[in-house]
Design a protein. Structure first.
Length: 350
């Protein structure tokens, strides 16, 4: 599928004559207190807006909300250079936004529109923008870890000092592909940082019911230094990620972070209808008591925070207008982008 080569200039001239929101929102620094707040707030409001569009039937199929886990994406991506690389998961909107993807194109992608990051082919679980180092989200649990390891290995072989980061949930730590990636990364001293977002559940299965031993112990078994981090605090994540990234960039091999966080919303918006019972209201209240957006907001002056909030709302208003005014992909092009050399599939094979 196409991999996000649209420029912001393209978007300005896009569907409905929509004019882009302030550029300073996307281009601002991400590693200071205001930058971290901007990122967690953007992710939170983007996800809330996307949920509204799911309920309105404007995003088909639903999404896996990232609400509650914003500190992980914000902190880790703030530690990266623009030319560093990431791979993501089925719950990947936060990672993609934190790495710098255009929120307007991203929302259009969720809505399955031709103007999306990947021309409507990727949708919620497969967003990519290789031009800014987003090597793709992946709906196969744990699979993106192997991709990131390979990407990082290829960068080192080419003489670059780029670092790759792969995000995955606690449900991935028992997948063979992740363990194989850990083994190869350690064996070959690959510049990759493994980031486990431990939100306590693999879909509806509690981590303690599925995982023997410790999560960090899996990395340590391969000689990879591992650290458990407060995944609700953007600054704590940034501090830990900066050390891990520095180690990888210096040629000292991979690192592993377990970010202990909590998913505030559903595993998938399907739950809003089906209402499965796997955690109590009291448990959710306890888990959501520490909110990463509030934690970071307390570090930012009121006037600065108000300005950022207003910019984000304007951007998301634009994004929703743009998505809804954009065309759906032409069904006749359903086989486009299947082949790297640009050839098209035979008629009648769809």
């Amino acid at each position: 599928m196409p991999v996000g080569r649209h420029s912001r200039r393209d978007r300005r001239a896009g569907a409905g004559g929509v004019v882009a929101a302030p550029e300073r929102l996307r281009d601002a620094p991400r590693a200071d207190s205001a930058g971290l707040y901007r990122t967690v707030r953007l992710i939170r409001r983007f996800e809330q807006r996307a949920i509204e569009m799911v309920r309105a039937g404007q995003i088909p199929g639903g999404i896996h909300p990232y609400i509650g886990q914003e500190a992980v994406a914000a902190g880790v991506c703030a530690a990266l250079r623009p030319d560093d690389l990431i791979t993501s998961t089925h719950r990947g909107h936060g990672h993609v936004l934190a790495k710098g993807a255009d929120p307007v194109r991203m929302l259009a992608e969720l809505a399955g529109r031709q103007t999306g990051l990947n021309a409507g082919r990727g949708g919620s679980m497969h967003a990519a923008d290789v031009g800014i180092g987003i090597c793709g989200a992946n709906a196969i649990v744990g699979a993106a870890a192997a991709i990131a390891t390979g990407v990082a290995w290829s960068q080192r072989r080419a003489g670059h000092d780029r670092v790759a980061v792969t995000f995955f949930g606690d449900g991935a730590v028992n997948q063979g592909v992740l363990l194989e990636a850990l083994n190869l990364a350690a064996l070959w001293r690959v510049p990759v940082v493994f980031v486990c977002e431990n939100n306590g559940f693999a879909a509806t299965v509690r981590v303690e019911d599925a995982t023997a031993g410790s999560i960090t112990g899996r990395a340590e078994a391969f000689g990879i230094p591992a650290q458990t981090v407060d995944g609700m605090d953007p600054q704590a994540v940034l501090t830990a990620a900066a050390g891990a990234v520095q180690r990888a960039r210096a040629g000292d091999g991979p690192a592993f972070l377990e970010c202990v966080t909590y998913r505030f919303d559903a595993h998938h918006t399907w739950e809003h209808v089906a209402r499965p019972r796997y955690r109590t209201a009291e448990e959710v209240a306890e888990g959501t008591a520490r909110d990463p957006v509030d934690i970071q907001a307390a570090r930012v002056p009121d006037l600065v925070r108000e300005r950022i909030d207003a910019e984000i709302e304007a951007l998301l208003d634009e994004a929703q207008r743009f998505a809804l005014a954009s065309p759906a992909p032409d069904p006749s092009g359903a086989l486009d982008y299947l082949y790297a050399d640009g050839r098209r599939g035979r008629a009648g094979t769809a």
